[in-house]
Design a protein around this ligand. Structure first.
Ligand SMILES: C[S@@+](CC[C@H](N)C(=O)[O-])C[C@H]1O[C@@H](n2cnc3c(N)ncnc32)[C@H](O)[C@@H]1O
Ligand code: SF4
Length: 298
């Protein structure tokens, strides 16, 4: 990562890092690629790569996927080391669902008490318990994965997810912050774009606005192998050019709604560029086609 301001401390990196005296020592020595920066601003700790869901488009649904947990002693040690480095922000997720682990509350409290701004990307899909609300109410940013306002489609793609549960959790976390007298977390959305949801984005944009989200990150679906016995997400590139043109218009309309509502929007990867270039290439091909009627005219 060189001079990158962030590093992900995954299961792969941690055992290697922790066999050395500490992350702070690693930083001082300049050893270790991901930790060589002297201005690390953000770290992500993958507390678990297991998940309570099996979203059809996610690696977790692949038959050979194996999730695992970060050992508690590593997790707590790394927080102490990150605190010594003076970085402001820690995200508590990688792949998987942090809120799945029984001990996530104790771990998150430890990170908050160490003085970090805490971020998380979560599915927020199950009814939150009282002490979970108290901890999430102290987070800086909670990014929720939601990619459709259609409850049926959401259930087919992010299986066992109920939009009502997610929205109730958001309201309850905000209410708990008010009760504690803390600033409520900023809510953001992580929103995949695939064929099935790609032309229904305006209503979703309005839903994000009504739910008080401050940021929406659209991402281009990166396909894995087909999941048997489920409806699979289709990449938008599988649609006809006319349909992809509608998708591009739909994404741009949703972005416009969000912009007008003052919501920050990002489009990850090549989502817009890839769509635009496929549409342009098809239009060039059709212009290059000889006009059969004119050529065949006597
Ligand atoms: C892997 S999840 C981990 C956090 C948490 N379990 C959640 O779903 O919010 C992080 C993000 O990756 C997105 N994601 C899942 N599968 C993807 C894929 N095939 N291509 C791009 N993003 C994907 C998810 O929708 C989610 O917003
Ligand atoms: S909730 Fe997140 S980690 Fe779990 S299957 Fe869905 S996208 Fe993957």
């Amino acid at each position: 990562m060189g001079d990158s301001p962030s590093a992900t401390l995954s299961r792969e990196l941690l055992p290697q890092a922790l066999s050395l005296p500490s992350l702070a020592a690693l930083m001082d020595s300049g050893a270790g690629d991901a930790l060589a920066s002297t201005w690390l601003l953000h770290a992500a700790i993958e507390f678990t790569s297991r998940c309570n869901l099996r979203c059809v488009y996610c690696a977790v649904s692949q038959p050979d996927y194996v999730g695992s947990d970060l050992a508690p002693e590593y997790a707590f040690a790394v927080v102490q080391d990150l605190a010594k480095l003076g970085m402001p922000t820690v995200a508590l997720n990688g792949h998987g669902e942090t809120l799945l682990r029984d001990d996530w509350v104790a771990f998150a409290r430890n990170v908050l008490d160490a003085g970090f701004q805490v971020h998380i990307t979560s599915n927020l899909s199950r009814h939150l318990q009282d002490e979970e609300l108290g901890v999430l109410a102290r987070f800086h940013t909670i990014r929720v994965s939601v990619d459709t306002a259609d409850p049926g489609l959401l259930r087919r793609m992010r299986r066992r997810v109920d939009l009502g549960t997610i929205l109730a959790n958001i309201l309850r976390i905000r209410a708990r912050s008010r009760l504690l007298g803390t600033t409520p977390p900023r809510f953001a959305a992580s929103c995949g774009i695939y064929a099935q949801n790609s032309r229904l984005l305006s209503e979703l944009a309005h839903l994000f606005q009504e739910a008080g989200f401050v940021k929406v990150d659209f991402w281009n679906y990166v396909p894995y192998a087909t999941v048997p016995t489920a409806e699979n997400a289709l990449p938008v590139s599988a649609l006809s050019i006319a349909e992809q043109t509608e998708v591009l218009q739909s994404v741009l309309r949703a972005m416009e709604i969000l912009h007008r509502a003052g919501i920050e929007v990002t489009a990850a990867g090549d989502l817009l560029d890839a769509l635009a270039s496929r549409i342009e290439a098809a239009s060039c091909r059709s212009e290059a086609q000889p006009d059969v009627r004119r050529d065949s005219a006597p």
